[in-house]
Design a protein around this ligand. Structure first.
Ligand code: NBG
Length: 819
């Protein structure tokens, strides 16, 4: 840390790790090797604080949270650790003296892409905030061998390439084989009478050994270091010689394959559930290992007194993926610690809490009984009993319409195990991730549960860490802000509101926009290098970066680009400020419509970028392989933040917050956290449009919407849609984009035409785009609005979010590390 950072010692450590790792001197290393040498040296400066945090937590007997999540989108660790150690300048200088460039070294680290999108990145931001606020926390997940695939764009199409992120080793992780745990799959359950007590024994199972890898999560400038613990799998008998001798080669390698498969790869679906057995295996694997460890750790520190577990331990279930934790904790409490059902149930409910991240029906996990009970026989028994008791409870509460309620609320129904219901019933808290989202949960999606347990529900609007998304991603703006208002914002983002007084100051406006321009230059250089497209920093940088999903409506954006292009060609004299439309998005590997939308964006880019007749007024750029590390480059350069999901569908969104913090103006629907963003900054400094969530929900219920009417009456929209099927953007295959056309118009092929109301919102979207374009001409107004966006982003720090979880749900103790 800064007060004890010893530059000479650090230099020595970098040199000595070079020798230890490569038996060569530092100046003989490649940049990648130098990255490893530097990373080891940085890790060394963290270790003492890590141990001290552990000690202090134990001494204080502080309550801790286990954040159970299948996804942690950490991005790169080195730069972030250095930022949080608060010695970036010192390390940069030390490395310069060693002839090393910190930025180049940072670029050698692969992203830790152990997540899909917002849900995984939220988990990473939360860990940063937990450590920075001095709370004891452990993120528990899976050490996927292959993280989120790398996206290549080949001939305009997305191609998925495996992300072998561990191939050169990971200097920040620590293998903790002494903490390994056994996880059991398959087999059957026998009940035996043990001294007059009924006991359940799991027989004939296959074992997998779970081995944790720990990485430090460094708090900002406070010496607190929390842990990210990801589990690797290994076969119990690495090779079953007995089977091999019998000539049963398959059985011999089966166990090993099973272990390898479990941690092989992250499922690349965002907001979508695939229902594969392997996925359930992954879930139970990391949950069983994490819950076993948490319980054992607690019991060891509390003389075996299991009954007060919830006073010192909280489990937060990040969406339904980890909800099997409810049953696993019950199993451990009853089978291993011999508690009665009622005792175990009380403890489980008080320990577990659930966050819902979506209302999209296709993301709600339901497992066929057949699959679930075969793979997890003891767990299934417990879920059955939870369900039986819950249905009893419904019957007493709703004697009039019990069967109707059971149909809607049971945990097991219609041959399926409903994981969200298990989480709600088995925990003490349920939260949505923005105010609007929580309201929709209460009124629609989880209405019956809200009626039954109103006290469990609360809203926790998401947040982002300003340490990564401003201090690290936008160093120039960060320095400018600190110069104006001091650096208190780094640990208390509400202080950034002090910037607002500079919004009308001409000099400040000019400085702010100069920084924006530098960030645009930085991105323009990246675009030239990666896309070969030249873009002008005088243009409006209109940015839409997020997972590709129909509800997010990248299609609306690109159809509108096609529309503007038509206008410009017809009316070259038309008033229009040059735009660069920037997209970044991965589509799930099996999501056809999403992948076709990527192809469309790229084909449109190809036509428009090469049309000299429009004098470069429009450029379309699709940035390949959107991920945390290039988000850090794109977001600081944005003028406009596209947040155009169909109202009611985006639970919160978090790129909206990152973009706002970096001075972009939101162009969006009143959905998710956009509602709160607009409320904070004021309506006049955002461009909102479109159907409200109530209107969308009403149209979904009454089936009154017919996109064909719009197609028939609006010639300009009709022309754009015809260009999807007349070869305008795909001369070699005019039918290529027919499925997109059909999804908007044709009720035969898709179950509902224009399910996401793209045509319905088109005119309003265009109008909002025009407003933005006009306002951009007023440089002073725009600068003011940009500064106001940054200065009103205080609410959207994940520090604020974490404090709300701590206060309402986790009740953690804060720790302090003395140095
Ligand atoms: C996503 C939502 C986003 C939200 C993040 C984090 C899932 C299931 N949900 O709107 O779509 O910001 O979660 O809460 O990935």
């Amino acid at each position: 840390m800064v007060e004890k950072f010893d530059k000479e010692l650090f230099k020595k450590e970098v040199k000595s790790s070079a020798r230890k790792l490569y038996r060569r001197s530092l100046d003989e290393l490649t940049t990648k090797e130098a990255f490893h040498a530097v990373a080891y040296a940085v890790q060394n400066t963290i270790i003492d604080d890590w141990m001290e945090t552990q000690k202090v937590t134990e001494k204080k007997d502080a309550k801790r949270v286990y954040y159970l999540s299948m996804e942690f989108l950490m991005g790169r660790a080195l730069g972030n650790n250095i930022i949080n150690l608060s010695c970036r300048d010192e390390i940069k200088e030390a490395l310069e003296e060693l002839n090393l460039d910190l930025n180049a070294i940072e670029d050698e680290e692969p992203d830790w892409a152990l997540g899909n999108g917002g849900l995984g990145r939220l988990a990473a931001c939360f860990l940063d905030s937990l450590a920075t606020l001095g709370y004891c926390a452990c993120g528990c997940g899976i050490r996927y061998k292959y993280g989120m695939f790398k996206q290549q764009i080949v001939n305009g199409y997305q191609k998925e390439v495996p992300d072998d992120w561990l191939k050169d080793g990971n200097p920040f992780e620590l293998r903790r084989s002494e903490l390994a745990k056994e996880v059991k799959f398959g087999g059957w359950v026998e009940s035996v009478n043990h001294n007059g007590k009924l006991k359940f024994e799991h027989k004939g199972y296959q074992s997998v050994i779970a081995i944790p890898y720990d990485t430090p999560v460094v708090g900002y400038n406070n010496h607190v270091v929390d842990t990210l613990r990801v589990w690797d799998a290994q076969a119990k008998e690495t090779f079953r010689l007995d089977e091999f001798d019998k000539g049963n080669y398959e059985a011999a390698v089966e166990n090993e394959n099973m272990a390898r498969n479990i941690v092989e790869v992250l499922y690349p679906n965002d907001n979508h559930y695939a229902g594969k057995e392997l996925r359930l295996r992954q879930q139970y694997f990391f949950i069983s290992a994490s819950v076993q460890t948490a319980v054992k750790d607690y019991v060891d520190r509390h003389n075996g007194d299991i009954k007060h577990l919830y006073e010192k331990v909280a489990f937060q279930l990040n969406d339904t993926h980890p909800t099997v934790a409810v049953a696993e904790l019950m199993r451990i409490l009853m089978d291993d610690y011999e508690l009665s059902w009622d005792e175990a149930w009380e403890i489980t409910k008080k320990t577990c809490a659930y966050t819902n991240h979506t209302i999209m029906a296709e993301a709600l996990e339901k497992w066929p009984i057949e699959l679930f009970s075969k793979l997890l026989p003891r767990i299934y028994q417990i879920v059955e009993e939870i369900n039986r008791r819950f249905c009893e409870y419904i019957r007493t509460n709703y004697p009039e319409n019990a069967e109707y309620k059971i149909k809607k609320m049971a945990i097991i129904y219609d041959g399926q195990v409903k994981m969200a219901h298990l989480a709600i019933v088995g925990g003490h808290a349920v939260n949505g991730v923005a105010e609007l989202h929580t309201e929709i949960l209460k009124k629609e999606t989880l209405k019956d549960f809200y009626e039954l347990y109103p006290e469990k529900f609360s809203s926790k609007t998401n947040g982002i860490t300003q340490r990564r998304w401003l201090l690290h991603a936008n160093p120039e703006l960060a320095a400018w802000i600190s110069d104006k208002i001091g650096n208190g914002w780094i640990t208390d983002l509400s202080k950034i509101s002090k910037l607002a007084v500079y919004a009308d100051d001409e000099k400040c406006q000019a400085e702010f926009m100069a920084i924006k321009r530098h960030n645009k230059e930085r991105l323009a250089k990246y675009i030239l290098e990666h896309n070969g497209i030249e873009v002008s920093t005088e243009a409006i940088f209109d940015v839409m970066v997020k997972r590709l999903h129909e509800y997010k409506r990248q299609l609306l954006n690109i159809l509108h680009v096609m529309y503007v292009y038509n206008q410009l060609k017809d009316h070259p004299e038309m008033k229009f400020h040059p735009h660069v439309y920037i997209f970044g998005a991965k589509a799930a590997a099996g999501y056809k419509t999403a992948k076709l939308t990527i192809k469309l964006i790229n084909n449109v880019a190809n036509v428009i970028n090469n049309d000299d007749s429009i004098n470069g007024k429009i450029k379309v750029v699709f940035i390949e392989d959107y991920r945390v590390s290039n988000a850090e480059l794109i977001i600081p350069a944005a003028d406009i933040s596209e947040q155009i999901s169909t109202a009611s569908k985006e639970a919160s969104g978090t790129s909206n917050m990152k973009l706002m913090l970096n001075g972009a103006l939101t162009l969006g629907t009143m959905d998710g956290a956009n509602v709160e963003i607009v409320k904070e900054v004021g309506h006049e400094y955002a461009f909102t449009f479109g159907l409200s969530s109530d209107e969308v929900i009403a149209l979904e219920h009454n089936h009154q919407y017919n996109p064909m009417e719009i197609f028939n009456h609006n010639q300009e929209i009709r022309r754009v849609l015809m260009q999807l099927v007349n070869g305008y953007y795909s001369p070699e295959n005019p039918e290529l984009f027919r499925p997109l056309y059909n999804s908007l118009l044709n009720t035969h092929e898709s179950d509902v035409a224009d399910r996401y109301f793209i045509l319905k919102d088109f005119a309003a979207y265009d109008e909002a785009q025009r407003r933005a374009c006009e306002q951009y001409e007023d440089e002073s107004w725009w600068a003011k609005a940009a500064i106001l966006n940054t200065s009103h982003a205080g609410k959207f720090s994940s520090d604020r979010t974490i404090e709300e979880y701590v206060e309402d749900i986790w009740k953690l103790d804060r720790i302090k590390i003395k140095v």
